[in-house]
Design a protein around this ligand. Structure first.
Ligand SMILES: Nc1ncnc2c1ncn2[C@@H]1O[C@H](COP(=O)(O)OP(=O)(O)O)[C@@H](O)[C@H]1O
Ligand SMILES: [Mg+2]
Length: 257
């Protein structure tokens, strides 16, 4: 199983949209995908219509160590094929309390909360994609502890690149407990072909420390697809955003569709 964390300290850069649509594109290529919604806002859970505000969320139980069998934490989505699927560990506001409680634990007990679960899941899924909040709390540190590659979605606006060095630093720090961790690169999202954005992309291209994994165009169709309750490819396969994720995932997985 390859585990990918979607991470950026900023909100609104299409982290959740990327996690949701990347999962769908990988699923379409015949793989088994496990999503972990690691953001208390639960937007990824909402995107796959599995959000539940009331109970203690599975991701909260995972972080708290309050589970026995891994299947207790996993739900199917509407995407189940013969060999392929998208399953999800959902989130809600209860994750906030669990993250806060963890700060009171011994430090050696703080970063390995997702490990046993990931080890078990490795036998069942080809890919695990973790959607993270726009901060680096202990739930994110725990995600980094089981991550193979980090993808950083970037929206090329005025201060797009703010915080990128902090993300890189955090990845370096997390290598202390996960030496295999790697920054795959940045994914440019919601791209509009203006002079300003083109200049931003050029600037990023020159910074060789950030590999550019792809460019996803801005699409009006995304806004129409209210609350993102459907992968964009199903809603509007020809729009720039759908084609962008398709192309990006082909390049990233090495498998076309
Ligand atoms: N390619 C795109 N074209 C148009 N709107 C987009 C695109 N990608 C993302 N969005 C919109 O941008 C907003 C923020 O995306 P979201 O994934 O929630 O960001 P984050 O998780 O980083 O906070 C959402 O309303 C989403 O629908
Ligand atoms: Mg989000």
């Amino acid at each position: 199983m390859k585990t990918i964390s979607i991470l950026n300290l900023k909100g609104g850069v299409a982290k959740t949209f990327t996690a949701a649509n990347m999962a769908y594109e990988i699923y379409r290529r015949g793989y088994r995908v496990l999503l972990i919604d690691n953001d208390k806002q639960g937007n990824l859970s909402k995107a796959y219509s599995r959000y539940d505000a009331e109970s203690v969320a599975p991701v909260t139980r995972l972080l708290a160590g309050d589970w026995q069998g891994a299947t207790e934490l996993i739900q199917n989505t509407d995407y189940v094929g013969q060999q392929c699927c998208i399953d999800i560990v959902t989130s809600n506001m209860s994750l906030f309390g669990a993250t806060w409680n963890l700060t009171k634990e011994d430090s050696e007990n703080q970063t390995e909360r997702y490990k046993r679960f990931a080890d078990i899941m490795g036998g069942f899924y080809d890919y695990c994609i973790i959607d993270n909040p726009p901060d680096i709390g202990l739930n994110v540190i725990n995600a980094l502890a089981i991550t193979d590659e980090v993808i950083v979605p970037v929206k090329v606006d005025e201060d797009a690149l703010e915080g990128l060095d902090i993300v890189t630093e955090q990845i370096e720090d997390a290598k202390a407990f996960n030496p295999a961790l790697k920054l795959a690169g940045v994914l440019i999202t919601s791209y509009q072909n203006t002079d300003g954005e083109a200049a931003g992309v050029e600037w990023l291209e020159q910074k060789t420390d950030f590999n550019i994994l792809g460019i996803i165009r801005y699409s009006k169709k995304v806004a129409e697809n209210t609350f993102m309750r459907k992968p964009i490819y199903e809603y509007s396969p020809c729009c720039g955003a759908a084609q962008g994720y398709k192309k990006f995932v082909t390049a990233y997985t090495g498998k076309a569709r």
